[in-house]
Design a protein around this ligand. Structure first.
Ligand code: SF4
Length: 252
C-alpha cells in the first residue's frame, strides 16, 4: 500500500463493505472498511482489518458504482462512510473515491483513528486534498492520557490530538468518538480532561460514547490470537451515563 501514489485509478485494498450502515455517521450509509491499520488497540473489534498487503483490490469508480445501488435508501442525510482499518493509510484512494462521490452530490464521511496524521509533507498536502471532498470526519480519541493511550493502542496520542485541533482550525465538521472500556478508557479524570479538550474545539458537532462490547472476540480466536482484554466486561449503564455527561458538548 503506497500513500505516495498520486496516479489516477489508484487501487484500493478493502476488507469489506456494509450496505446499510447506521452507526458510522448520519443517516443510512454505505460503509467501506479499508484494509490495514497501524494501531494495535487491545479492544479492536476488527483485528482482521489491521494487516496490510492483503484485502480485496478495487478501484474507486467500481466501488462508487457499488455504493450507488443503495442511494435510494440514503434519504437526506445518508451517504458513504470510509472506515477501517485506517482509511488514512490509503488516503489517495479515498480522495479519488470521495472526489467522484462529491461530483455525484453524495455526502462523504471519513472514520479515522487519526494515527497517521502529521503536518509534515507529503502527508499533509494529501490529507488536505482528501478533506476538500470530505463532509464529515469521525475522529476516534481512544484516551486523552498519553501513557494510557500507548498502553492501549501501542501509539502515543499527540498527533491524534493535533489532528483534532487541525480540523477545528480549518472548521471541518467532526464527530468525536470514544470507546468506553472499563479499566482502560473509563477514568473520571481522563474523561473530564477529554471533555474539556473537545469543548475547546470549535468544529465538533457531536460526541459519541461507544460502550465497549465483546462481539469481536471470536475474530481474535479464529485468527489464532489471544484476546488481550479477556474477562473485561462492558461498562455499566451508570458509567456510560457518567462518560456521556463528562464528554457532553454543553457541559460548560
Ligand atoms: S484503530 Fe480501529 S481498526 Fe485499528 S487497531 Fe484500533 S480499533 Fe482496530
Amino acid at each position: 500500500m503506497d500513500i505516495n501514489n498520486t496516479e489516477k485509478n489508484i487501487k484500493g485494498y478493502i476488507h469489506s463493505t456494509e450496505s446499510f450502515g447506521a452507526a458510522d455517521g448520519p443517516g443510512v450509509r454505505f460503509v467501506v472498511f479499508m484494509q490495514g491499520c497501524p494501531m494495535r488497540c487491545a479492544y479492536c473489534h476488527n483485528p482482521d482489518t489491521r494487516d496490510t498487503g492483503c484485502g480485496t483490490e478495487v478501484c474507486a469508480d467500481e466501488l462508487l458504482r457499488r455504493a450507488l445501488r443503495y442511494r435510494g435508501y440514503w434519504g437526506e442525510n445518508g451517504g458513504i462512510t470510509v472506515s477501517g482499518g485506517e482509511p488514512l493509510m490509503q488516503l489517495d484512494f479515498v480522495t479519488e473515491l470521495f472526489k467522484a462521490a462529491k461530483a455525484s452530490g453524495i455526502n462523504t464521511a471519513l472514520d479515522t483513528s487519526g494515527a497517521p496524521f502529521s503536518r509534515e509533507e507529503p502527508f499533509f498536502g494529501r490529507l488536505n486534498a482528501l478533506l476538500e471532498y470530505t463532509d464529515l470526519v469521525l475522529l476516534d480519541i481512544k484516551e486523552i492520557n498519553p501513557e494510557r493511550h500507548k498502553a492501549l493502542t501501542g501509539f502515543g496520542n499527540a498527533n491524534i490530538l493535533d489532528m483534532a485541533r487541525y480540523l477545528s482550525e480549518t472548521g471541518k465538521p467532526a464527530w468525536i468518538r470514544h470507546v468506553l472500556v472499563p479499566g482502560y478508557t473509563d477514568f473520571d479524570e481522563d474523561l473530564a480532561a477529554l471533555g474539556e479538550f473537545i469543548r475547546s474545539l470549535s468544529n465538533v458537532e457531536r460526541c459519541e460514547v461507544l460502550p465497549y462490547h465483546t462481539l469481536g472476540i471470536h475474530k481474535w480466536e479464529s485468527m489464532g490470537l489471544k484476546y488481550p482484554l479477556d474477562g473485561v466486561k462492558p461498562p455499566t449503564a451508570d458509567r456510560i451515563k457518567n462518560a456521556e455527561a463528562k464528554l457532553s458538548l454543553s457541559n460548560y
